[in-house]
Ligand binder design. Structure first.
Ligand code: PXP
Length: 249
């Protein structure tokens, strides 16, 4: 199958805010990072406003809505509070993620199949407000079918298991995860869903995912922000962009 279009890179700036919050002040500023990311070729900015505000704050979201020229992908849990914030801002995209207070990062995909009715009602006003609704899920046929049934336009496939297996040298597991992601991205596309992917991606793991013809967007944060310490933010993003383009060449 031919590629469906340019593969977009969404840069997640949450961890610029993590560093800022370590000292409780205003530096480094995630908005400044977002503007540099735009100039370096990011096609969108992703930010996750967590319930506990451990990194991105409400004021960051206000600022991003004001200064960005590229679309904001607003990641949030399916709570009334977050829905109200999203409806106030009407970002380009809203990505619904599971959230547990005790977790270090978003550990698994959303359980859509068991919460179908609730989630269908939850996303309806977001769609009506003009947001593209994306659901962050595992490469699992049941979850994908449920995401299509509730009226999501987009799914984002969780690549964390694939990346962890690679990092830990469990290459058989990695290849199994990759096969599932490949198969499920084709399946989701066949149901009319736009397919995105993300979580844990690095220079070493991005290419096999970028090669999936149905994947339209990758959202990458922690690795890029970490790499920025060594080579600067713009060059870190440019290198990720280069690898994505190379995978699709
Ligand atoms: N996509 C989603 C839905 C996420 O929750 C996250 C993490 O906030 C990412 C992508 C980016 O993951 P990472 O920071 O590991 O690149």
């Amino acid at each position: 199958m031919a590629y469906l279009g340019k593969l977009r890179l969404g840069v997640n700036i949450d961890h610029v805010a993590t560093v800022r919050n370590a000292r409780g002040g205003a530096y480094p500023d995630p908005l400044r990072a977002a503007k540099i990311a735009e100039e370096a070729g990011a096609d969108g900015i992703t930010a996750h406003l967590r319930e506990d505000r451990r990194h991105i704050s409400d004021v960051d979201i206000d600022g991003l809505m004001e200064v960005l020229s590229v679309p904001l992908n607003f990641e949030m849990a399916a709570t009334d509070e977050m829905q109200a914030i999203a409806l106030r801002h009407k970002p380009h995209a809203v990505c619904i993620v599971p959230e547990k207070r005790e977790e270090r990062t978003t550990e698994g995909g959303l359980e859509v199949a068991r919460e179908e009715n609730k989630l269908a009602h939850f996303i309806a006003p977001l769609r009506e407000a003009g947001c593209r609704v994306s659901i962050f899920i595992a490469a699992d046929q049941r979850q994908i079918e449920a995401a299509a049934r509730i009226g999501a336009q987009v799914i984002e496939l969780h690549t964390g298991g694939y990346c962890d297996a690679h990092a830990e040298g469990r290459f058989d597991d990695r290849d199994r995860e990759l096969d599932a992601l490949r198969e499920m991205s084709a399946y989701a596309h066949s149901l009319g869903l736009e397919v995105h992917a993300g979580h844990g991606l690095t220079y070493d793991t991005v290419k096999p995912i970028a090669e999936f013809p149905e994947v339209m967007e990758l959202n990458i944060g922690h690795f890029i922000i970490g790499e920025a310490i060594f080579r600067g933010l713009a060059p870190s993003i440019a290198e990720m962009r280069r690898l994505m383009d190379e995978a699709r060449a």
